[in-house]
Design a protein around this ligand. Sequence first.
Ligand code: NAD
Length: 378
Amino acid sequence: MKNDVLRWGIIGGGLMGREFASALGRWFALTDEDLPKAELVAVCDLSESAREWFRRVPTVQQITADAEELLQNPDVDAVYVALPHHLHRDFYFKTLRAGKDLLAEKPFGIDLEAAQTIRDEAENLGRFVRCSSELPFLPGGQRVWRFLSENRADLGRILEIRAGFHHSSDLDASKPANWKRQNATCGQAGVMNDLGMHVAHLPLRLGWKPRSVYAQLQKGYALRPDGRGGQTLCDTWDNALLHCDLEIAGESVPMRWEMKRMAPTETNTWFIEVLGTQAGIRFSTKEPKTLYIFENGREQWWKTTDLGHKMAFETVTGGIFEAGFPDSILQMLASFAAERAGVLGDKFGMVRPEEAVLSHQIWQAALQSHQTKRAVRV
Ligand SMILES: NC(=O)c1ccc[n+]([C@@H]2O[C@H](COP(=O)([O-])OP(=O)(O)OC[C@H]3O[C@@H](n4cnc5c(N)ncnc54)[C@H](O)[C@@H]3O)[C@@H](O)[C@H]2O)c1
């Protein structure tokens, strides 16, 4: 495995395509000898300025506006597809049928039906497919995952679970709209399609599948500047509160998922909190170095620790220097490469196709719940 190279292509070189390329550029910082090397060799985007940006990446040999050309390239092993949601199904299919492995972007198809067909196609063709969700790979997310996987019994009876992802950028009514603000391109699930996978990944991996959901959905500004001097319709849900019921050890447990584009003061805040009768744990990117834990006693106190920045896949940086968003992407890509190569071991894995399908089942139930004002079985 040592000398193998995982050769990547990107279809969609916008915001996330560039983040992916930049994170991959730091691959040599990873110290794990079992990981294959990885490099970006091909990029496809319709926009000339997007393609032009990739000329700065020295390993890139092919830059094209035609996805078929990239998919015919025998030097590409796996493709990261970072396109608007209405294009996911078509381009994920093309990628799989071209014999490439796939790193899909969330929400893994615009709706449940798309997600199911992509999952089925990947299974039929035997391709390795994972879906993006990088924030649980930050050191705080990893500590929460380890604690809850290995010390579940220490929590006692679980009382409540809360997880969320909050932005405030949509409070700015002058912010121009893009495809993420329109149902036709973002999907009917709106903010759930946009932010939901970040929230769902860790709870679903811990086996916390909602039995039912009661949802409250809100829209933001109906009109926004279109960036060309006019205005355009924004019809997506901007905020979603999902009150879920699940069963843990024979008990009914409330789990609240919060996805908000209009959360005053919040800028990319990802958090999870789990409270039990004996102990609890809490992490938020608002305090990226701090892990909160409480143990029950005569009084309950939140204990905090500077958790440091040691990563699951160690890097030359060690555990001292601060981790950020690009590091979480590098860790996620390392996880993809390790799992694909069969060397993930007990490390945390990316979202699996069946988890992505389950997330869409939850969003579908949430849409129905909001409409009927009733809890809906998932
Ligand atoms: N994981 C995360 O944290 C995260 C963050 C933001 C977005 N996303 C997801 O990433 C995906 C892309 O989002 P983005 O913010 O990068 O979008 P974006 O609009 O910035 O980029 C999309 C790119 O796709 C290109 N494109 C459109 N149609 C194409 C086609 N037919 N062929 C080739 N290129 C085409 C566009 O020119 C554009 O450069 C979405 O699924 C989104 O939900 C994930």
